[in-house]
Design a binder for this molecule. Structure first.
Ligand code: ADP
Length: 249
């Protein structure tokens, strides 16, 4: 079932209507305090299409996070443009939510309050917020931990909360920058199944950034970045067969 659905998606025509983000000739330079200039990349063009999971792979320092921040509208590229739904970004990209390597949970808030953060920021009324958060907590297998604080959770559990917080607002796109960078291999598997499960269940689009080639297993498309250049951009032929149910061992 999953395979058939994904095959249909991968064969779907690519049109302007299903292009979510378009980066055209994007460049990013930084000037160090001593005046030396660093060009992280000078001409990247890349399109992100609805419903796909793209892995951007490359060694540390290749420019992956900087590129992701440009797509997220968190840095303004020094050249080129980034468009979201056909409009050039002038600030944070409204279509995305982020999952961080460091989890970035608020230590003074409970699991439920952390998951509700994005909903609160969007003005979702309390009763609706609670319902959505409790559903999401259920989906990440942390039923019973609603009132726990991040320090009481393992790294894998914290990242599951980070995933629930990102997906609960049903953003068009989730950006995950080294989401398993602080996790062991068993937990990595669990967290990546969860991300892929959420994405396929809610038809969401994901950009994963990682230095870990194992991440390719979870992607529909793999973009390889070396020294600020896209050296390959290929469809994944051997993606994991993961159904829409979140995976918890
Ligand atoms: P990756 O995510 O692939 O590890 P980054 O995008 O984090 O790579 O970094 C690429 C290069 O850009 C590195 O050399 C890094 O030191 C540099 N860099 C990133 N952000 C800044 C910044 N704000 N100021 C100066 N240099 C930066």
């Amino acid at each position: 079932m999953t395979v058939a659905l994904e095959t249909i998606r991968s064969l779907r025509a690519v049109t302007p209507q299903n292009t979510i983000i378009e980066a055209q000739h994007v460049g990013q330079r930084f000037t160090a305090d001593n005046g030396t200039e660093l060009t992280v990349f000078d001409n990247i063009s890349f399109n992100l299409y609805e419903g796909e999971i793209v892995a951007i792979l490359g060694r540390s320092g290749a420019g992956k996070s900087t590129f992701l921040r440009a797509l997220a509208g968190l840095v303004k590229p020094t050249s080129g443009t980034v468009k979201y739904r056909g409009k050039a970004l002038t600030g944070p990209n409204p279509g995305i939510a982020l999952v961080f390597q460091t989890f970035a949970l608020m230590p003074w808030l409970t699991v439920q309050d952390n998951v509700e953060l994005g909903l609160k920021a969007r003005g979702v009324p309390r009763a609706e917020r609670t319902k959505l958060a409790l559903d999401a907590i259920d989906m990440i297998g942390l039923d019973g931990f609603e009132s726990a604080y991040p320090k009481e959770l393992s790294g894998g559990m914290r990242q599951r909360v980070g995933i629930a917080r990102a997906f609960v607002t049903r953003p068009e796109v989730v950006f995950a920058d080294e989401p398993t960078g602080n996790l062991d291999s068993k937990t990595t598997k669990e967290v990546m199944h969860m991300i892929r499960g959420f994405a396929k269940r809610f038809h969401q689009t994901i950009v994963l950034v990682s230095h870990d080639p194992e991440m390719t297993e979870y992607a529909d498309r793999i973009v390889t970045l070396i020294d600020g250049r896209i050296v390959s951009n290929v469809e994944n032929q051997v993606k994991a067969e993961i159904d829409a149910a979140p995976y918890i061992e």
